[in-house]
Design a protein around this ligand. Structure first.
Ligand SMILES: [Zn+2]
Length: 259
């Protein structure tokens, strides 16, 4: 049985025995699995998840009235978002036997938001199902971690390094790249920083030249002067510092404004 199947089976058993807990911390990268768990515990079609009933379809689209998703706004998840989530949990559910509250990126909670959220975790309203998602345990209050049942999701296998460099080249040439996983976004940023560093330190304006890399691989860069590279580097470094909490698309757009 794969890790994915094991996790789904675990929730299937909890649902069947009516032993579903109120707060879970999901750590990892494969968050498509969370949608499957939500459908599994909420499906009105059959005892697994049918994918076609009203509940399954609306959960998949993120518009179910008993589902509330909290995402970071820009750099962080603020206390007001948490308060909205708390209000949502205090209301009577529309059609499910429980209310589903999803915190998309626990690492982005401000300290104020974390403390407010902690109160909800200590005494969740009856029939709450709170799913806290995190890419790692760093930056999350230990008191939050200890109040949730922890489930580790599979990690996405890393792409070979060479394709990451090609991605950076395409980005520098103006292509729009969309990253869904924070880990992939973070890897992209560090590769971009390495390449920009190379241009700045070597002082060579790069005009569609092949640059030999330390590892013996070659990369092709678009026209990029050391001054320009320095400018992009400064911005990329700032985004990199905020990589755990910044909205990924916003981060990419911020760097893009310097190209
Ligand atoms: Zn269903």
């Amino acid at each position: 049985m794969s890790q994915r199947e094991e996790i789904l089976n675990y929730f299937y058993i909890l649902k069947k025995r009516r032993r579903l807990g109120s707060s879970y911390l999901f750590v990892g990268q494969e968050f498509s699995l969370l949608e499957d768990i939500l459908k599994l515990i909420s499906c009105s079609g059959n005892e697994y998840s049918c994918g076609t009933c009203w509940d399954c379809r609306n959960i998949a689209q993120g518009v179910h009235p008993d589902l509330h998703i909290i995402e970071p706004e820009g750099l962080s998840t603020k206390i007001e978002s948490i308060r909205q989530g708390m209000r949502f949990l205090s209301l009577k559910s529309f059609c499910l036997s429980h209310k589903l509250l999803i915190i998309k990126d626990a690492g982005s909670l401000t300290l104020e938001a974390s403390n407010a959220f902690l109160k909800t975790l200590e005494e969740p309203p009856p029939n709450s199902f709170i799913a806290v998602c995190a890419f790692g345990l760093e930056g999350i209050l230990p008191t939050i971690i200890s109040r949730c049942r922890r489930i580790f999701f599979p990690f996405v296998s890393k792409k070979p390094e060479i394709s990451r460099k090609e991605e950076v080249t395409r980005f520098l040439e103006g292509e729009n790249l969309v990253f869904k996983e924070r880990k992939v976004f973070s890897d992209f940023l560090s590769t971009l920083i390495n390449i920009l560093h190379f241009v700045v330190i070597s002082g060579i304006p790069v005009l569609n030249n092949k640059l030999p890399q330390a590892a013996g691989r070659e990369i092709i860069l678009p026209s990029l002067s050391p001054e320009k590279a320095m400018d992009i580097l400064k911005y990329t470094a700032r985004v990199y510092e905020a990589r755990q909490s910044i909205n990924i698309n916003l981060g990419m757009q911020l760097i893009k404004t310097r190209l």
